[in-house]
Each structure stands twice: as C-alpha cells, then as structure tokens.
Design a protein around this ligand. Structure first.
Ligand code: 5GP
Length: 145
C-alpha cells in the first residue's frame, strides 16, 4: 500500500481498539493505547497507537493527535526503560509499504536494545508466547508514571 489511499477500519489495530482482537495491553489514556508487538524484534517491543484516528501514517495525522501520541510514546518508553533496563531504545515509525509498514493505522514502535544483541528483522520474527507478552506488559505497566 502506497502513501495514497484510504483508511481501512478492518486493520488489526482498529480491531484491537474496538476489542475485536486480543492484545497484551500496557497503557491506555484518552488519546493512546500501548500494547506488546506479537512479532517482537526484541524483548519488550511495544507499540503505541492513537485511539481516535483514521490516519494510516504520520503524514495524514492531525498535529494535535501527533502531540498526544508522542507524549504517550515518551511515557511508555520511560516505563519500558524502568522495567527492562535496556542499554538503549530504538523508536521507529514506517510510512507506506515500501518503507516497511505492514499495518495501516498510524503507530510507533518502542524497541528495547541491549549491547551485543542485534535488532531482529522487522516483520520477519516469530510470534511471541502470549503468556510471556502478558507478563512483560504487566512489568512495563507497573512502571508507568
Ligand atoms: P509496521 O510493519 O506497520 O510498522 O508495524 C506493524 C507491527 O504490528 C509489526 O511489528 C507486527 O509485528 C505487529 N503486528 C502485526 N499483527 C499484530 C497483531 O495481531 N497484534 C499485535 N500486537 N501486533 C501485531
């Protein structure tokens, strides 16, 4: 899917927002939802999405919604750091299929990094164990401040 097109509310993140698909939720406020990525590129890979949005990518989003989204990203990233003590955090966001985007509801990746541990390939990792994701989500949620 290119940068042009229309929002499809059948995408998996829209389903998670409507409660039609499961997710290991980390954090939620009026503006954003954070949950564990089921194909993590590293332990603790977390996604943050705007709750009230039909933007497929960053270019389509309202500036005010972006402000709320990135406030949420910072808050969750701090909690990921506090919970998992990584050496760094890779924070990414893809726009258009050619860039690597596979789900067309705007979202931001928070990926903890440890010295000597290579980043898993985007979209090519195996599915994580649901119980492990739930445990990680609870550990991160406990550090939200
Ligand atoms: P994108 O490739 O669009 O930047 O990121 C989409 C992300 O969503 C990928 O990292 C992928 O692993 C993740 N993902 C795909 N399907 C699901 C799902 O059903 N649940 C969750 N939690 N993550 C998903």
């Amino acid at each position: 899917m290119s940068l042009d097109g229309t929002y499809d509310d059948g995408n998996i993140f829209a389903k998670i927002l409507r409660g039609e698909a499961p997710a290991a939720k980390v954090f939620e406020d009026d503006h954003v939802l954070a949950f564990m990525d089921v194909f993590p590129q590293a332990k603790g890979h977390t996604l943050v999405i705007p709750k009230h949005s039909s933007a497929r990518n960053l270019l389509e989003e309202e500036p005010q919604t972006l402000a709320h989204l990135f406030q949420g990203v910072q808050r969750v990233a701090r909690a990921v750091r506090a919970a998992l003590r990584p050496d760094g955090l890779t924070i990414t966001q893809f726009n258009g299929a050619v860039s690597g985007q596979t789900v067309f509801h705007l979202h931001v990746h928070i990926i903890p990094r440890w010295d000597g541990v290579p980043l898993g390939r985007h979209g090519e990792g195996g599915m994580a164990d649901a119980g492990e994701l739930k445990t990680l989500a609870a550990e991160i949620a406990a550090k939200i401040s």
